[in-house]
Design a protein around this ligand. Structure first.
Ligand code: CO
Length: 500
């Protein structure tokens, strides 16, 4: 078989994978939005079938042979083709190296894990969850060892979400954040500055909020001809590719921040996906690079752009026009401070931009320690509380608000949390670069979001998975991922708001 024929066949495989993934993306959307309650059984059968198709394609001996054939002719392939082969090889190896029996065991352990976690959380009792969590961790370590016995198992697990990342880099990033943020946050907490919370005493209809959210998403560049906005229980972005990528949001009739920032966040994810090149969409290169890079786009829009003073100078009049009675006595400064209020909380999903990464730090350290056998599962709640006190100065009263709050571990998502921080840190680095290249603050002030999106399209979105994460970041920002820009950004912004 000649090379071009082999590559044609390889393209067909990629196309099938991408189409199946698109179907499952739309199923997820359906499940989380309008699916009738009793539709869940059919949906789970559909999902199972699609997953088995994808798994079959990826792990088939034919795929292995094609990868080999293409790799042995790699010098005759162009950059896109090479990257496609690299990506396919990566997922092929992650799948074939793990025995099916272990995959089954993991799936059973996490199904059970989720049920037990729901119960344990309700009763706020970590010890009920502990034995099952031990089992899951044990299986996860085994799984990592099958994929690469020479690598730190935690690094292998992270790579499931953030390929090409090095554990040492992550440890460095987190220790820098810890060193710099912990003392800064305690200064913020001690400061006298008081934010007006009167905004929370008013009522804002969800109908009006929806209009406002659609207006903002459209303004910043989310394309409603290739997407839509709906309500859900926990916001997400899903769909089938650049021409059908849907976003969702949630509402609180007393707190405008909830819908506005969830919408801008998801619109950031949506803009990334819509920015994938259409002629690449059925290839592996035509996929977002990683969860961390994905989160960098949502955070960039949500925080660096969406919580900036320039942004609200531009849009607060619109908010006021939408809710004239409720916001009569407020000006843009009040609103800016309100949306940037810092308040340490027990719950990660409620955390503000400044304290958020310390919630992730705590989880990262815990995962790193339990997976590498330095910490026992039964000690998690106590160490959790100690770290909460050290980092944020508060101690949760129970396990529900502590070590049991997140679903991730119960479903086996070890190594997922760090991608949130990669996203936050990378967002600041990208914003700084854009500031130098296209004066992004000025663009926000002028409402020229087209140019911002254009820069991101060209430097991040259109690149898809062409490069490894490191390469992508270096090409886009001129340097390796680091904490400098993030720390400078938060210290400047919150230093100003809180007078420190
Ligand atoms: Co996100």
């Amino acid at each position: 078989m000649n090379l071009s024929k082999a590559y044609k066949e390889f393209e067909k495989l990629m196309e099938k994978i991408k189409i199946f993934e698109g179907i499952s993306g739309k199923l997820l959307w359906d499940q989380q939005t309008y699916m009738p309650k009793k539709g869940v059984y059919i949906l789970s059968k559909e999902n199972e079938l699609i997953e088995s198709y994808i798994h079959e394609i990826i792990t088939s001996p034919r795929t292995g042979r094609l990868i080999e054939k293409l790799e042995s002719n790699i010098e005759n392939l162009d950059d896109y083709q090479r990257a496609n082969v690299r990506e396919m090889k990566r997922i092929y190896e992650r799948n074939v190296k793990v025995p099916t029996s272990l995959v089954k065991k993991m799936s059973n352990a996490t199904t059970k894990g989720y049920e037990i976690w729901v119960r344990a959380k309700k009763r706020s009792d970590f010890s009920e969850f502990e034995p099952q969590l031990e089992k899951i961790i044990d299986l996860k370590v085994k799984y990592a060892n099958f994929i690469d016995p020479d690598k730190n198992p935690y690094e292998v697990l992270i790579e499931g979400y953030e390929p090409f990342v090095e554990l040492d880099d992550m440890r460095r990033i987190f220790s820098e954040l810890k060193r710099e943020l912990t003392p800064f946050i305690s200064k913020v907490i001690d400061s006298e500055s008081i934010v007006d919370k009167g905004f929370l005493k008013r009522t804002y209809s969800t109908k009006k909020q929806t209009e406002l959210c659609k207006f903002l998403a459209k303004k910043i560049g989310y394309d409603f001809d290739r997407g839509r906005l709906d309500e859900t229980v926990h916001p997400f972005t899903s769909g089938a590719g650049p021409s059908d990528m849907r976003i969702t949001t949630w509402f609180d009739v007393h707190d405008l921040r909830k819908s506005i920032f969830a919408t801008i966040h998801e619109a950031g994810h949506g803009i990334y996906e819509q920015g994938i090149l259409e002629d690449q969409m059925f290839t592996l290169v035509g996929s977002p690079r990683s969860l961390g890079v994905h989160e960098s786009q949502s955070r960039l829009y949500e925080n660096n752009i969406g919580r900036s003073k320039e942004f609200w100078k531009l849009f607060f009049p619109k908010v006021k026009e939408t809710f004239p009675r409720q916001l009569r006595k407020y000006n843009v400064e009040d609103f800016y401070e309100f949306v940037n209020m810092v308040k340490p909380s027990f719950i990660r999903v409620l955390a503000d931009e400044l304290t958020y990464n310390l919630h992730i730090l705590l989880r990262f350290e815990t995962e790193d320690d339990v997976i590498n056998g330095r910490m026992k599962v039964k000690d998690i709640p106590e160490l959790w509380n100690e770290k909460m006190e050290e980092y944020l100065g508060i101690i949760p009263k129970n396990d529900r608000d502590g070590a049991l709050q997140d679903v991730h571990w119960s479903i086996g998502y070890f190594g997922y949390f760090p991608t949130y921080t990669i996203g936050n840190v990378l967002a600041a680095q990208i914003f700084e670069t854009m500031n130098k290249k296209i004066k992004v603050r000025e663009k926000i002030r002028e409402g020229n979001f087209q140019e911002i999106k254009g820069w991101l399209n060209k430097n991040i979105h259109e690149k898809g998975s062409l490069y490894t994460t490191d390469e992508l970041i270096k090409k886009a920002t001129g340097k390796k991922l680091g904490t400098n820009d993030f720390l400078k950004y938060v210290k400047r912004k919150y230093g100003e708001i809180y007078g420190i």
